[in-house]
Design a protein around this ligand. Structure first.
Ligand SMILES: *Cc1c(COP(=O)(O)O)cnc(C)c1O
Length: 457
């Protein structure tokens, strides 16, 4: 018999209590946090969908690896294991450990960037963009047109617009720091990138002599979509698909806090020895020696094991289907979503949900606040709070989309948690006409969503 119920392919060995609260208490907590969920205390959150980053439940095997961690300053056994795991997966020889993804980004794009340089991506993740812009360089996003229409169904909505890539490479000839392919496309909706698109980008980059980097945080989730949606890929294993994608690029940066199931960590991988050497010098100055790069030996063990576990077909099927399950429940309630549902998160189109709140009053942030007040659910705005900029006259230049992301931690929540979230959304829908926008009271220059203070209007 073919079962319809997809079960979590693991049992729970260790539990962490959830602190329950009332709506009345949460109204107060939210005010104290200046209507910014990044300023809430985790003990006051019931379901934490803020991020899937570093929030995975590690396996018994990973925890056993933690005990095996070799904490030697140089030449650690755990580094050898991590290095080998990354080399086997990426097919790249030169591997640098970093304490998380953005540390790798700062090193690589700090080296390649600088004033006048241009970086081109299907969509730069926020930390990628910030690290590039911090060097004085420019970051340009060129997702395919279909990406903008949140309701449009497309199997690989994370793809890069290759005609735009050709045009930009000609326009910025001699000044391109790198082309960065982000898989899956996180800020663009957690949408996958096809092998065909990666191949085309690779050959365009080769032709123009431009470096192609893979932001491979969710390479296993991307491989799932490639296997099940792309012709000619169905007979390859998830791992083989990932290996083929790495083979098309010159280097990679990974946050191991995503598809490596680690609570901290990352790496840089290069085919080219000279680039690796330049980055190693920067690594030693700010991260640590090249055999630990800011990580403890135990973290490196957890990463080496996690990079194997994530390609388990039962895990990947559960992961992608359970994310889609939440999406289906919300669709039934009439919640406007970014479709199709991506790998690690469900994205709500707040502009459609709250048509009465203009972008300058941050409809996404309004939904984030509603979700917390109603259900103690923490989510994150991916819209004009995160990506908006100011025009010369001080008015807001809004982001392309006003999304709210429900990112699902790996192997953490069960189906009843998801049912609870759906119930909370029922109430969000009942109250939707009463939801109000916000204004920003205080903000830093970079990555303002992390620390900005808001007031309700
Ligand atoms: C999380 C993430 C990063 C940054 O990694 P950190 O470990 O959070 O520093 C970079 N790119 C993408 C696509 C990500 O999802």
């Amino acid at each position: 018999m073919q079962f319809q119920t997809i079960i979590e392919p693991f049992r729970i060995k260790s539990v962490e209590p959830i602190g329950l609260s009332t709506e009345e208490e949460r109204v107060r907590f939210l005010k104290e946090a200046h209507y910014n969920p990044f300023l809430l205390r985790s003990k006051d959150v019931i379901i934490d969908f803020m991020t899937d980053s570093g929030t995975s439940a590690m396996s018994a095997h990973q925890w056993a690896g933690v005990m095996e961690g070799d904490e030697a300053y140089a030449g650690s056994r755990s580094w050898e294991r991590m290095q080998q795991a990354v080399q086997e997966l990426t097919g790249m020889e030169h591997i640098l450990p970093t304490h998380q993804g953005r540390a790798g980004e700062r090193i690589v794009y700090g080296h390649l960037g600088g004033p006048g340089k241009v970086f081109i991506s299907n969509t730069h993740f926020d930390t990628t963009r910030a690290n590039i812009e911090f060097t004085g360089a420019t970051a340009i996003d060129i997702p395919i047109k279909e990406n903008e229409d949140t309701a449009l169904l497309h199997p690989f909505k994370g793809n890069m617009d290759t005609a735009a890539l050709e045009r930009l490479l000609k326009e910025h000839k001699g000044n391109v720091g790198a082309v960065i392919l982000t898989v899956t496309n996180n800020s663009g909706g957690g949408q996958p990138v096809s092998m065909a698109n990666a191949k085309e980008i690779s050959s365009i980059c080769r032709h123009h002599g431009v470096l192609l980097m893979l932001d491979c945080c969710r390479i296993a989730e991307n491989s799932y979509f490639v296997k099940h949606r792309e012709q000619g890929m169905e007979n390859l294993s998830y791992r083989e698909i990932a290996q083929r994608m790495f083979a098309l690029t010159d280097g990679a940066v990974m946050s191991a806090k995503k598809d490596a199931f680690a609570n901290i960590g990352g790496f840089i991988a290069f085919k080219d020895a000279a680039l690796a050497e330049a980055c190693t010098n920067l690594l030693i100055i700010t991260e640590g020696f090249s055999t630990y790069g800011g990580l403890a030996g135990r973290d490196m063990e957890a990463i080496a094991i996690g990079l194997q576990e994530v390609f388990d077909p039962h895990y990947l099927q559960y992961r992608i289907k359970s994310t889609a399950f939440l999406g289906d429940r919300l669709t039934e309630l009439g919640v406007p979503l970014m479709l199709p549902i991506g790998g690690h998160a469900v994205y709500i189109d707040a502009k459609k949900l709250y048509p009465h709140i203009p972008p300058a009053q941050y409809p996404g942030q309004a939904l984030v606040c509603e979700l917390y007040r109603i259900g103690g659910i923490r989510s994150v705005e991916i819209g004009s709070v995160m990506f908006g900029t100011y025009a010369e006259d001080g008015s807001l230049k809004p982001a392309r989309m006003e999304l709210v992301r429900l990112a699902i931690p790996r192997r953490v929540y069960t189906q009843s948690h998801i049912e609870y979230v759906a119930e909370a959304f029922g109430e969000v829908m009942r109250r939707k006409d009463k939801a109000r926008g916000l204004k920003i009271m205080k903000e830093p220059k970079f990555l303002r969503h992390f620390t900005a203070h808001f007031e309700t209007l």
